[in-house]
Design a protein around this ligand. Structure first.
Ligand code: GLA
Length: 741
């Protein structure tokens, strides 16, 4: 494993436990080309895959067709304007107005470990865990240097890439497009998966064949967004959860992105990911550098399931940092769906009283505790406790909640400013807006211009003052509108194109300060539900609120798409009241618990008012959480059936790393009459181990014959499968604990 440079062949081979990535230096001019990323190879010499031995060859052999070379060579980091007409990675505008550049190899370095990316979230590992290759490319005419960085870890089949651009010339250069990575390969009839949605229905899986031309997903909303996601998977047409080649690509970034695939005239595929070049223009003065966010490319030859487990391991081991990273999270109750804005100290303490009785461990006070906010139309930016609502102040409330044995958490939306706020009245120019144009509101709010250091300072000062004022152990950091009207009162005209990225950098700076100053704080990111559920945010918060739709059935598809990339430990999931506030559906309380168990687990309801039958189930649900959460948080995730695909039922399981136990979740959506039981083939078990099946909640009574007294070889459960009888009624679930006998 690790990274080797083969001098004679001029090839770099990057090896992970099960995969190899090969790139190298071609032609006298030193073009950096991509040869291979797939199952592990012994010998490095697959440079022939770059097809430089066939027309149009390389410029040294056939300079009259240089453009044809540019337009077909598989570049590691293709540039704009010289004849590579595919979607490229880097474009500039010089002081003279030119846009083209050519990058060729200058030198390289192989380093143990991995350097942090300045101001940006990124995966990390020490010298024993990973190796990094840095290749220096240069454009001699512009004096521009590009340092491409590639890291591989010892424990996961992934290549982590980023690019640093340095202006070594004498004039400013405007960067108009900087991708983080690209992957040039043959299109062998691949399919592509991307994730799509909207508010309350985030990250639904969309799979289709890859076709000619460009297919891309993107955001220009200033955040990764509800609608599209900085992720794509390219895979064999017949790949499924268990077999086939899959390349999964994700961006460790929380702002505007583009992820695209371009299939050209020769059926070559170029996949790329990076900051969206739309509305992006970064002025680079002589001596300055720009760092692109990190791109993650994982490879699996065991289908989508393998891709998912690679992402989960990578993010759990090398991206998430919190003190809670490897810990059970306290079971929380959040008052949003319980009270919305209509609460006071007494109401919250009444919830805390009841919550304590049933075993809940933390109370989170959501939106509406500050300024004079009694609806969503005011006070964002005025982070001072509303004492007419919270009589006795925040410290009194927190102490009282603590006295009842519960931790306390609080909601903020730090990036926003309400037009009706003291902050806006004092500093109207602190909102992002175009001079002379009335900015558009969303949820009756504007966005703070975080490109201004004084705004960042003020925002942080307010948050930290609140956090220091009482024993607050959790923060939900929300962001409830996209960016628009991109203008800053402080940026000069030729830097206005930096505003989107500067905004994201400032969010990172704020969260970095927060987690450094309050290292034991549990931070949960959120954005109108799950509009900023991305690896960038995961670097700061070990969990992210997945969606404002808490309906157990809607959540099946949302959580399927989310868990395709992100570990279950990161997926904010709560049991809420019915009829569900988003969709109006009534599901059994028990099923709501099963579905929330696949995430962080908590409650989002008024525990003083829900039916006694439901309330009485909470203690056993919490026991269940404590019993299975280590397994769910740290285990390997396998998907056996998808409700979004079959429209009937969902089934997934989590297997302990040592294979000693597993938890199978089965949700039958609508009840079925006069039908056979379903046959489910389990996955990921040890074929040679014997297992016992424990039907949680005594569901085996309904499933006589599947009994709990016999044992099965793992092989039997995986090849022959097990039978799950039809549960009676709609929206019913089964939870099966598979334990080594
Ligand atoms: C967003 C969040 C909700 C809640 C509200 C409060 O929509 O996703 O969970 O916090 O804001 O306004």
């Amino acid at each position: 494993m690790g990274i080797t440079f083969y001098e004679k062949e001029k090839l770099f081979k990057l090896d992970t436990p099960g995969a190899s990535y090969v790139c190298g230096i071609f032609d006298k001019e030193g073009f950096l080309g991509h040869a291979y990323f797939g199952p592990g190879l012994e010998e490095p010499d697959v440079g022939y895959l770059c097809r430089t031995q066939e027309p149009p060859y390389v410029p040294a052999v056939n300079n009259r067709d240089r453009l044809a070379f540019y337009d077909s060579f598989p570049f590691e980091y293709p540039t704009h304007g010289l004849g590579d007409y595919r979607d490229d990675c880097l474009a500039v505008r010089t002081a003279a107005g030119n846009t083209a550049l050519k990058l060729t190899y200058a030198s390289h370095e192989i380093i143990a470990g991995k350097k942090p990316l300045k101001g940006l979230p990124a995966t990390f590992g020490d010298a024993d865990q990973c190796t990094t290759l840095e290749v220096l490319l240069k454009d001699e005419i512009l004096g521009l240097e590009v340092i491409l960085s590639y890291s591989v870890f010892e424990d996961v089949d992934a290549v982590l890439r980023s690019a640093r651009i340095v202006n070594r010339g004498n004039e400013e250069i405007y960067l108009t497009k900087v991708m983080s990575a690209c992957l040039d390969m043959d299109n062998e009839s691949y399919d592509i998966i991307t994730l799509h949605g909207s508010w309350a229905r985030e990250r639904h899986v969309n799979r289709r064949p890859l076709s000619k031309g460009t297919q891309r997903v993107s955001s220009i909303r200033g955040e990764s967004g509800h609608q599209e996601h900085p992720f794509m998977a390219i895979m064999d047409h017949n790949a499924d959860q268990t077999m086939g080649n899959v390349w999964g690509i994700n961006l460790v970034y929380s702002g505007n992105f583009v992820a695209g695939c371009y299939v050209n005239q020769f059926d070559s595929l170029r996949a790329y990911i990076g900051i969206n070049p739309e509305d992006f223009c970064w002025k680079l003065m002589p001596g300055e550098e720009f760092t692109a966010p990190e791109a993650v490319i994982v490879y699996s030859d065991t289908g989508l399931g393998g891709m998912t487990r690679n992402f989960h391991d990578l993010y759990r081991n090398h991206l998430i940092r919190s003190a809670y990273k490897d810990k059970k999270r306290p079971v929380l109750i959040n008052n949003w769906e319980a009270t919305y804005f209509d609460f006071d100290t007494d109401k919250l303490l009444a919830i805390a009283d009841e919550a304590a009785k049933v075993g809940i461990e933390m109370l989170v006070m959501d939106d509406g505790w500050f300024g004079y906010r009694n609806s969503d139309n005011s006070s964002l930016g005025d982070w001072k406790v509303n004492e007419s609502k919270l009589k006795g102040g925040l410290k009194y409330l927190v102490d009282e909640v603590n006295r009842r044995g519960l931790k306390f958490g609080i909601w903020f939306e730090p990036e926003m400013i309400s037009p009706d706020s003291d902050l806006y009245r004092a500093h109207p120019d602190w909102a992002i807006r175009i001079a002379g144009r009335e900015p558009g509101q969303a949820r009756e709010q504007y966005v703070l211009d975080l490109s201004r250091p004084e705004v960042v300072e003020h925002t942080y000062g307010q948050i930290s003052e609140v956090l220091h004022s009482a024993n607050i152990e959790y923060v939900k950091w929300d962001m409830n509108r996209p960016l628009a009207d991109m203008g800053s009162a402080c940026l000069p005209a030729d830097r206005m194109g930096e505003l989107f990225h500067r905004y994201v950098l400032a969010v990172y700076e704020l969260q970095e300060r927060l987690v450094s100053d309050f290292p034991n704080l549990l931070l949960e990111n959120c954005s109108g539900g799950g509009a900023r559920f991305d690896p960038g945010m995961l670097y700061y918060s070990p969990q992210i609120w997945c969606s404002d739709d808490t309906d157990a059935i809607e959540r099946l598809s949302i959580q399927e798409g989310t868990a395709m990339v992100y570990p279950l430990s990161a997926m904010g999931a709560h049991v809420s009241d019915c009829p569900n506030h988003a969709v109006g559906r009534v599901t059994p309380f028990r099923t709501r618990g099963y579905v929330a168990l696949a995430g962080t687990f908590g409650y989002e309801l008024d525990v003083t008012r829900i039916p006694e039958e439901d309330r009485s189930m909470i203690p056993s649900q919490i026991d269940m959480y404590h019993k299975y959460n280590d397994l769910v948080r740290m285990g390997d995730y396998y998907r056996m059936a998808s409700y979004s695909e079959n429209h009937e039922f969902d089934c997934y399981m989590v297997v302990a790393k040592d294979k000693s136990e597993a938890l199978v979740t089965f949700i039958q959506v609508l009840g079925r009459v006069n039908c056979h039981s379903r046959r489910i083939r389990l996955q990921g078990l040890d074929p040679g181990l014997r297992y016992r099946l424990e039907y949680v909640d005594g569901a085996a009574d309904e499933s006589k014959g599947e009994g709990t007294d016999r044992t099965y070889l793992g092989e039997t459960l995986m090849k022959a499968g097990l039978l799950i009888r039809n549960p009676r009624g709609d929206f019913q679930g089964r939870l099966i604990h598979v334990v080594e006998a």
